[in-house]
Design a protein around this ligand. Sequence first.
Ligand SMILES: *[C@@H]1O[C@H](CO)[C@@H](O)[C@H](O)[C@H]1NC(C)=O
Ligand SMILES: *[C@@H]1O[C@H](CO)[C@@H](O)[C@H](O)[C@H]1NC(C)=O
Ligand SMILES: [Cu+2]
Length: 635
Amino acid sequence: MVRLLFYAAAIVPALAQVFAPNMATPTARPSGLGIVTSLPMPELPEGEPGTYGAGARKPQYGAWYHYEQKPIPDTAVSAPGFRPTLDPNSAPGERKYVLNIEYRAGSPDGFLRRMTVINGQFPGPIIEAVMGDTMVIEVNNRIEEPTAIHWHGIHQNKTQYMDGVPGFSQCSIPPGGSFTYRFELDQEKGTYWYHAHFGNTMSDGVLGALLIHAPNDPLASQHDDDHLLYVADYWQDDSETIVEAAKSKDGYRGCAPVDVPDSVIINGVGQVDCSYVQRGVPCNTDVAPHEVRAAPGKRLRLRLVNHGSHSLLHVSIDEHSVTVIEADDTAIEPIRVNELVIAPGQRYSIVVEMNQGSHGAGYWIRARAATGCYNDKWRVDGQAILRYFDDGGSAEGFALPQTQQWPGLPDMGNPDCRDMDDLGYPLTPLEAIAAPAVADETHVFTSVVGEFVDPRTGGKYVGWGFNGVPFKNLINDPLLKVVQDGREIDPSRLASAMFTGAAADIIINQLDGAPHPFHLHGRPFSIVARGHGVINSTDGISLALDNPTRRDTLTLGPKSWAVLRLPLDNPGVWPLHCHIGWHLSVGKMAAVVVRPDLVRAIPQPADWAALCTGDPLEIGPGRRSYMPPQARRGD
Ligand SMILES: *[C@@H]1O[C@H](CO)[C@@H](O)[C@H](O)[C@H]1NC(C)=O
Ligand SMILES: *[C@@H]1O[C@H](CO)[C@@H](O)[C@H](O)[C@H]1NC(C)=O
Ligand SMILES: [Cu+2]
């Protein structure tokens, strides 16, 4: 019932948008996209009663829904290091990494499954560099599906070919194949990450942090110790299984948006109630929480990376206020909070003062999924331990923390569903940069959830897209090649903006009743305005141009909009997409084309072009398809 209400709320404005003439994109609604008015979602089976706040955990849907498991490999996944090791004052040069993508057996939350990981590790290895480095990263595909790796937040200035998005900026690396990503770091510094951008395979484990150190980093003096804290909601089924189910009439576990995770993991570890997971699969109830150790009296920097596929996460440390010093890759004026909200794709650095305990003291680190944003009241959270640890002290006999969550934190059954800046915390960049004073062009993207009809099969599916068009991923004919070849982008393939001036405004209207994190590739944008409702232009809107928040991923809360001002100093065909992996992988992706004339002037690397040997009409797996399945290659 709850789920039906969410859709009812979500679909009405979406329908209004699709049927209204769209002034910002004056193309006709592409033929073949139909929309119907009702959503026949199945009722969920009765579960155990429980509400958030009563301490009830969500019954695992695996107790009701069974999906076939992938064969479990013999070799087990291992944990990576979580501390950066590169000297920030290293001389810039060529920095080489080799990433082998392989299947491994893993049980991050206790449930044993096949994972897809990098160099045998989950999360993947930390890639580190210094400003000015040339990255040379060889990716070897040792799995049975195509792949590609995206470097989230890296500008790829004049190397758009290395952005790693199949169907957008490259043809996939085939099973058994290799590709070497080569790009220069110019202005980038701070906390980034990398992940597979093929379907939603990042949720199987293909991800890691990417840290770029800078000499004279203003943040370096604010901490004594530096540690990664990966947080994510987590699903036990393979992403291909989930995406295929999400595209089916009934959705995954009866839910098209796949919104309820099995668990929340911190640094790759979480806990699940094994009595609810799918029967017949090994499950271990005693997965030890990840432990972050730092010495009393020190200032610990935790670099948060949300690599999840759906949930906003609320992160806090019992009895410790924290200072937020970085939002995505932007160093900011410090703000003090008891809890931080982080969306999939986003990063934050926080500093924890180790001034509450002595050697051996432990405090819970909590990551709570804002399930109420999706009208689901079950509690899904993850815990790690902050341990006071003197170098040389005894490591024996530590107990689990007995600490309590900060009082007064929002109830996850009824949270705000907004970004930090939208909640009133200023994310003011330390390095002040004014947004361009004038935007030469404006493009409106309206984010739509709706039920679409596949014209060839008549099949219906819940889809996501922009301006009424879900992304149709022609996997062997990347959009960058389309623009390079001087061809037009077919408006039924995806919504796109074409910018030719010096600066532009992107308006995003987010019409449904849930929050979505939007990520733009290519460079950070400035958030110059936000509001509730819908806008078609910036006329009459007051814009904050003096050093506004700059970042690469922002959450738009329910029924709200934002104006992103973008200097057009990076030619390319850049994806703009929802970073909810389950929405992205069914089509919530648009293109922002910057200076097509200059894109055409950049030569295609030969090894890049050599990847494009497949049928240019083939539609990538893991995307909503217009073709009946039997017509797809390889089926
Ligand atoms: C947006 O444009 C549509 C179509 O022209 C118009 O009906 C609507 O009133 C506009 N909305 C706003 C808030 O300007
Ligand atoms: C790209 O490089 C040009 C110089 O060639 C520079 O002016 C511009 O700011 C760079 N853009 C980004 C986003 O790094
Ligand atoms: Cu979304």
